[in-house]
Design a protein around this ligand. Structure first.
Ligand code: C5P
Length: 402
């Protein structure tokens, strides 16, 4: 009974694979889970609510109101009750609605009210699965932190062969069990994360900045919070929102402000991940008035900023972990190892600008984690949220060794 007492919403949509949901539900209930089934109207064409309510021991929720007495089915209550929401199978249509907030059925409203992690097991024909609209919607949903349980390759209901087959019920039950086992490993841990660029003022309307979007640092903050940590996210100017209640966000602009915020916070945390792209130099003097254009060339004198990671490295105790990033263009590993040593980091996350899809701005990253013991762990190109999960996994391992 590996899921005893766990509350799971099982969402069903109108796909042929809906017949497998009966086995999936049976598997979850056998493991002790309490399961509330929510079906879209189309799902009922593929499997009956009677089957699902009999197997779950609860009435299936499908309409906003009960037809006989007008009772309101509260998607808000369901969303708060659940520890996990699993939609299996999820169709291209429902993925699209979820990605764009088209809340025209009980399943999508429940999804939008859910306070818990959401797992999605797509099932569709191979051409629909590889259509740009599906791929884009999956990308959006990943950026919300939803986990996509990738469909497998195989025979499809259409008779065609390809990618789009929903994972088998037994596999899905294992995914759910793994989720509950691995969750909350950072409970009672405090983690500081820096993110984004810094802006160094030239005059009241101009600055020196960089292309960092903050996406990697924000994904890390969300992932750490999901793992139970209390996170303080010190971020430079970015256009990203934080949603998780365990993330305290501190907005700063310059390297000096970020440095001060980190110095104030560091003694109170168990770990710090330095993900920000901090300016190395700032104008020596910021002009009070807007600098006027003149015919002559102009020069701006620059001075070095503080190296935040290095100064935390000097303060670090043996009960704390410090993690840095290295974005390199050449001699990647050697440079990264040098930085780890110089800044007294416990491990460093290397991304090379030579790898397509890695680095600033985009939604993906390809990293290598280098540790003090000279161990290099290379990862595939992945969505930044999944990259964050790999980094948090490494952090959990290293914290356990302290
Ligand atoms: O030396 P470099 O800038 O490449 O080192 C990158 C690492 O150091 C990153 O973890 C970055 O967040 C951190 N860093 C910092 N303060 C600086 C410069 C870099 O914390 N002024």
């Amino acid at each position: 009974m590996r899921l005893k007492g766990k509350h799971i919403i099982l969402g069903l949509t109108g796909s042929i694979a809906a017949y497998k949901a009966a086995y999936l539900l049976r598997g979850l209930v056998k493991e002790g889970a309490e399961v509330q089934v929510v079906m879209t109207p189309a799902a009922k064409e593929f499997i009956t609510p009677v089957t699902m309510s009999a197997l779950s021991g609860r009435p299936v929720a499908s309409e906003f109101f009960a037809a006989n007495d007008g009772t309101w089915h509260s998607h808000v209550d369901m969303g708060q009750w659940a520890d996990l929401m699993l939609i299996a199978p999820v169709t291209a249509a429902t993925l699209g609605k979820m990605a764009h907030g088209i809340a025209d059925n009980l399943l999508v409203t429940t999804y939008m009210s859910a306070k818990c992690p959401v797992y999605l097991a797509p099932a569709m024909d191979l051409d629909m699965f590889k259509h740009p609209s599906t791929l884009q919607n999956l990308e959006i949903l990943r950026s919300f932190g939803n986990v996509i349980l990738e469909p497998g390759e195989g025979e499809l209901a259409s008779g065609l062969h390809g990618k789009g087959r929903m994972q088998e019920p037994e596999q899905l039950v294992e995914e759910v069990v793994t989720f509950f086992n691995s969750k909350k490993k950072l409970l009672n841990k405090k983690v500081l994360v820096t993110a984004g660029p810094t802006f160094e003022k030239i005059d009241p309307v101009r600055f020196i900045g960089n292309y960092s979007s903050g996406k990697m640092g924000f994904a890390l903050a969300e992932e750490l919070a999901e793992a139970g940590a209390s996170v303080t996210l010190v971020t430079g100017p970015v256009s990203l929102a934080t949603t998780h209640p365990s993330i305290q966000r501190i907005d700063v602009e310059s390297a000096a402000e970020m440095h001060q915020a980190c110095l104030d916070l560091f003694s109170g945390v168990d770990a710090a991940i330095m993900c920000a792209a901090v300016a190395d130099y700032r104008p020596k003097h910021a002009a009070d008035q807007k600098i006027k254009r003149t015919a002559a060339d102009m020069q701006i004198d620059l001075e070095a900023t503080a190296d935040i990671a290095a100064s935390l490295g000097q303060l670090k105790t043996d009960k704390q972990l410090l993690v840095g990033f290295a974005l390199e263009t050449n001699d990647e590993k050697q440079n990264a190892l040098g930085k780890m040593q110089k800044k007294n980091l416990d491990f460093i996350v290397l991304n090379s600008l030579q790898d397509a899809g890695a680095g600033f701005g985009g939604n993906t990253n390809k990293i290598t984690i280098l540790s003090k013991d000279n161990n290099a762990q290379e990862f595939e190109l992945k969505h930044k949220r999944e990259v964050a999960a790999d980094i948090v996994g490494k952090l959990i391992q290293e914290l356990a060794k302290l």
